[in-house]
Design a protein around this ligand. Structure first.
Ligand SMILES: [Zn+2]
Ligand SMILES: [Zn+2]
Length: 103
C-alpha cells in the first residue's frame, strides 16, 4: 500500500506536486491545497467529512532499495470534486464546529 500522491487540489485544481508543502490529505487520500482547506472547507473534507493533515513528502532520493519518488511515482490522474461549491459550503458549515475525532 502506497499513497497515490494525487496531483491537484480537488477544489481549485491547483497543482500539488509530490514536494508541495501545502498539500493536505484526509484518510481517504482526498487532496486539497492548504488555502482551500482553510478558506473554503474549514478543515472538513467535502467527500468524507473527516479532517486534514499535511501530506508527507516522498523522498526523491532512493535511501532504501526500491523506495523513492522515481521508483514509486505520483499518480498522474487529476481528481475533481463531484459536489457544487454551494453544497460543499453547506456541508462544511454543518460539520466545522465538531472536532474531527467527534465526527
Ligand atoms: Zn485548492
Ligand atoms: Zn476525505
Amino acid at each position: 500500500m502506497t499513497l497515490e500522491l494525487r496531483p491537484n487540489c480537488e477544489y481549485c485544481d491547483k497543482d500539488l506536486p509530490p514536494d508541495a508543502p501545502d498539500a493536505r490529505i484526509c484518510t481517504y487520500e482526498c487532496i486539497f491545497c492548504a488555502d482551500c482547506v482553510d478558506t473554503k472547507l474549514s478543515n472538513v473534507c467535502p467527500n468524507c467529512g473527516g479532517g486534514f493533515v499535511s501530506r508527507p513528502i516522498r523522498p526523491a532520493t532512493e535511501w532504501r532499495p526500491g523506495l523513492s519518488l522515481a521508483k514509486r511515482p505520483a499518480s498522474p490522474k487529476r481528481v475533481h470534486l463531484s459536489y457544487s461549491e454551494d453544497e460543499v459550503a453547506r456541508f462544511a458549515a454543518r460539520l466545522k464546529d465538531t472536532p474531527p475525532n467527534k465526527r
